[in-house]
Unconditional design. Sequence first.
Length: 350
Amino acid sequence: MMKRITIRDVSERAGVSTAAVSYVLNGREGKVSPDTILKVRRAAEELNYIPDFSARSLANNKSKLIGVVIPQTEERKQLLLQNPFYSELICGIEARLRQSGYHMILSGVDKGEGYIDTSMQRNLDGAIIMGIYQESFYEDLKKAKMPIVLIDSYVYDSHFHVVGIDDELGGYLATKHFIDNGHTNIALVTGMIRKDGVVEKRFLGYKRALKEAGLFYHPDHVFEHSVTYEYGQEAARLIVTKYPEITAVFATSDLMAMGVLQGLRDEGKEVPEHVSVIGFDDISIARMCTPPLTTIMQDTVSRGIAAAERLLLAIENGSSDHPAEPAIMPLKLIERESVRNLSMNSDPIL
């Protein structure tokens, strides 16, 4: 096994003290002369010196590691691979952390599982938690004594920073767009509606738009299961076979909306000629599908960047308590080609 090159080896090669080497390698070059800087850099390069980050962590009590947790809401589901929303969000987080010299440890937390053991074992400097968990999970997080940012959470607690969106508004904007285009029988295809969760907020926005327009809310028009492409397909088949009066479908994620598009095609229906569809998220493939998907846009990458910046600021301030007010990111409806205006043509397509 090759011997690990240490700071002492670099100091002997350069002919300077270990303190001088430490100053140069840790970016504190103002404490040494330009000649010493040149000697240290040359020696480190010749010896192929690799910094010992674990030793540096012990010295300053900083690991430069950030934990990022994605929810495991479905049994054995790999959400990072199956839902591009998480991939795009994590891209924003990782890029911003790397810019500040931090590294990310990505993990999932199964139902009922805690996170404090992981954070303590890894000596994390902070964590970003996505999704909704049981109350006991958040109580466990408080014991970690580190800054924590929540994404897609309506848990407002003095221990946590929050970066979110107005999900109720998003559900309202999607449904109102259908109504403005002459649709009155509008279905909702969604994940499980849990109290104070993201999905519930989008559901409430859907109901608010119907009520505002004087339209009757049909519980049978709500298709609730898992946030997957496959359930979008299944819901579309149910809509075509059992509820032919439905002319529009609001899916609470683009991934589900893609499944709805395919499910409708499988049943011989065209979008938007027979059924209109709106998604939520504006993931990159939303503009590439056929037809291009009308959707509620949340800038997912920017949201990841904002979460990372909020966490880095909390780490810099050296306190996990008394976080700032929740950061609410903007939303807007992106019109593409998946919604038909019924008001412009009263003749039904058979």
